[in-house]
Design a protein around this ligand. Sequence first.
Ligand SMILES: Nc1ncnc2c1ncn2[C@@H]1O[C@H](COP(=O)(O)OP(=O)(O)OP(=O)(O)O)[C@@H](O)[C@H]1O
Length: 608
Amino acid sequence: MKHLGALRKYFWKYRHRLSIGILFILISNYFGVLAPQVTGYIVDKVQRSLHLAGYQHPPKHKSYDTFVQYFIQKIESIQLSLPAIVAICGITILVLALLRGLFMFFMRQTIIVMSRHIEYDQKNEVYAHYQQLDVNFYKQNSVGDLMSRIAEDVSRVRMFTGPAIMYLINLLALISMTVFFMIKRSPILTLYVLAPLPILAIIIYTVNNIIHKKSEELQATLASLTVNAQQSYSGIRVIKSFVQEGAMFDFFERNSEKYRKEAVTLAKIEALYFPSMSFFIGLSTLLTIMIGGLAYINGEAIGLDTIVEFVIYINMLTFPVSAIGWTASMIQRAASSQKRLNEFLQTKPAIANAFTAEVIEWKGQIQFENVDFVYPNTGIHALKNFSLEIKPGERVAIVGRTGSGKTTIAQLLLRLYDVSSGKLQIDGHDIKHVDLAALRSQTSYVPQDGFLFSDTIENNISFGLPGANLEDVENAAQLASVHKDIMALPSNYQTVVGERGVTLSGGQKQRVSIARALVKNTSVLILDDCLSAVDARTEKEIFHNIETYMAGRTAIVITHKLTNLSGFDRIVVMNNGQIAESGTHSALMNQQGEFYEMYLKQQDGRNN
Ligand SMILES: Nc1ncnc2c1ncn2[C@@H]1O[C@H](COP(=O)(O)OP(=O)(O)OP(=O)(O)O)[C@@H](O)[C@H]1O
């Protein structure tokens, strides 16, 4: 429960709405408890007027609410016939019911609407926090988990801030008002009639706890089913090509069967809930009639009107009391969801702007000095005592075997991670003291997996530079040698790509993501093996196109393709997190070392 304390700020923000909502709940219940009293009055009035045989008039009581008392005085002062009094009382009961309904409507309008506002604020808070967290956080948490926090957990919390709060306050208001009037009328009858309710409360609580536990298990099974289905859809091509549809289906069916069994058990337990409720409410009604009836026969101060009133009160309590378990379960669920949200919202991003962070105009100088880097989630030592200086405007190709640390260099330069030891400086500033947004906005980075959004090509490219016009976008596409491909698409730059639209080839995707980086027009360009799916001729064309573009800019090109590297100022060969050799293309070829060997192997591969 303490976890829900985090919602205080929202309740404070919407305190006016909440207070008005509570007022509406009180008013609607107030009108609710008046109706039984007016009914009791008619019963009493009819009995007294008809002088029923053997009816011993109990003394007139004055335990009505002030409003009802005033209403009775008014009616009795006008000397009306009995049918007229009955009709007026009937209309009054109808008006009270309408007023009750009207205020219930207002109550929902304020409290449920408030919960929707809180849900909106909370979703934005969670989303804003997601944006701040570093890549390591995303490595440690699955997409499904992140999605369920923003969707499911926030919705569960909304069930607390809206319906649960509303039913809880409604229940407290109704119970206290009815019990107040019942005690006022007959304390002893109240005691007998309410006696079964604590037993009912204990049963509800116990059954509810079991329901809660079972539904948690059910949720977990459902989550694993969903992840399984999600993976099947994402990996459908792999599943089909390996003819594994049957195996996937069996796996899904087994999980489904588990889900079915758990759901059936839950349904059986839930089936117990309402019958036991009805039993105890029925028992209370029975006790009212029996004990009240006996007291009446014995001539005690209990009239038929009191019995009628009590029966109505008891029935009014049915729904709110039956909602206790449901409300408690909603509160429990909301508390566990809020706990998950709190854990996540309290996660501090490992990479954040230092207090003293400076916005610099990056000229493109880069210096790694004895850098060691260990991936925090796996402990893999990706860079070892790595030193490299790149001058502004220098064009450096980084090559090497897979897993040798090339991408890691790019990730450190974008400060997606911080170095574990050693120094990384840009233009002589420690990268940790450079404003993050300034650093990243001055770097054009094309990652290996050039992810495209399900949007138009124009928007995908201009994403690199919000506010870029179509001319900028086309220029960037031309530099990335993808303009012709785009013009061949059905709606050119307005063609929607991704899930909702056209599927681009691997090479086209890579080139669109290169265009997205080039449109940024920054002093540093980092291409991370983003030409792997591009044929040699197009690759040559791209290098040629961006040669002039690169003039005066620092360019780091990570690649596995060793042809076309003669135009680079330097080639750095990585091996196991360290530089194996570095130099110009001709120097490395003359050296006949690792680069030379890799180059020859690649040439052999091509010729064979
Ligand atoms: N996000 C990560 N979390 C943990 N370990 C990682 C992560 N990324 C890379 N590694 C590990 O760090 C080492 C260096 O990886 P890196 O991606 O820098 O190599 P690379 O030279 O770019 O390889 P490739 O040419 O295959 O892209 C590898 O052993 C890899 O498994």
